[in-house]
Design a protein around this ligand. Structure first.
Ligand code: DGL
Length: 256
């Protein structure tokens, strides 16, 4: 048993889509969310720089006494997960991966769309997962241009965002995809707009939030570090940006 918090880290608001799953699935666990905010978006930064920022973020969470850290950012996972696990080997570190495997196994049309950041789509991890499960499946890879910025600006439902989302999603649907994988933790906040673009066609949208929460739960058990039954959780929000950004993180976390 261990009532210490779980750290959850992302470049900004995106990891809150994972935070929400964790809060729902593991209601007795305390969580410290670190949304960078200062260096966001990470999507096209050099890998080396992302690794340095991710190291600073995980170090901050370890110093706050976190018993586990979830890197709730596909881009930071692609750039740094192996390094972070080596550097902070005293605690389990969970990374995020796009749900390519279930998508490739489930597709009926044989066409799958994966939307993620530039760095994630070109990463070794992504390419090896694709080589492993994507045989015989046409996988359309698209960068969600402007998606992260829209979520960071709280502009999920503006006409400009609809326009950006349409430009990325429509061509994927037109090529016959029956599954679209959201490979960036910011994108689940755009689910409503994506559904609007899909407009009732038979296309399933999947993200990794639930799978990550299950992975965290099984690690808590295997490492014997679950919070005590009946523990009252504490939720803390940290940022490398200013206090106002920190307050926006808190509000977004609890927004319905
Ligand atoms: N939320 C992030 C991800 O999952 C990072 C997006 C960004 O900062 O560009 O990839």
């Amino acid at each position: 048993m261990n009532n210490s918090p779980i750290g959850v880290y992302d470049s900004g608001f995106g990891g809150l889509s994972v935070w929400r799953e964790l809060q729902r699935e593991l209601p007795e666990e305390s969580l410290i969310y670190l949304g960078d905010g200062k260096n966001c978006p990470y999507g096209s930064l050099p890998m080396e720089l992302i690794r340095e920022i991710a190291e600073e973020a995980v170090e901050t969470l370890v110093e706050r006494g976190c018993k586990m850290v979830v890197v709730a950012c596909n881009t930071a996972t692609s750039a740094a997960i192996a390094y972070l696990r080596e550097r902070f080997d005293q605690i389990p570190i969970v990374g995020l991966e796009p749900a390519i495997k279930p998508a490739c196994l489930r597709t009926k049309s044989g066409v799958v769309g994966v939307v993620a950041t530039e760095r994630s789509l070109e990463s070794e991890k992504f390419l090896s997962t694709l080589a492993r499960y994507g045989e015989g499946v046409k996988v359309i890879k698209s960068v969600g241009e402007g998606f992260v910025e829209a979520v960071e600006a709280n502009e999920e439902s503006s006409p400009a965002t609809l326009h950006k989302v349409r430009a990325v999603i429509e061509p994927i649907v037109e090529q016959g995809a029956d599954i679209i994988v959201l490979g960036c933790t910011h994108y689940p906040f755009l689910r409503n707009v994506i559904e609007q673009v899909i407009d009732g066609q038979q296309v399933e949208i999947i993200d990794s939030g639930e799978a990550v929460a299950k992975r965290v739960e099984s690690l808590l058990d295997s490492c014997d570090i679950r919070a005590e039954k009946g523990n009252t959780p504490h939720y803390e929000f940290m940022t490398f940006a200013d206090a106002e950004y920190g307050e926006r993180l808190r509000r977004k976390a609890f927004e319905k």
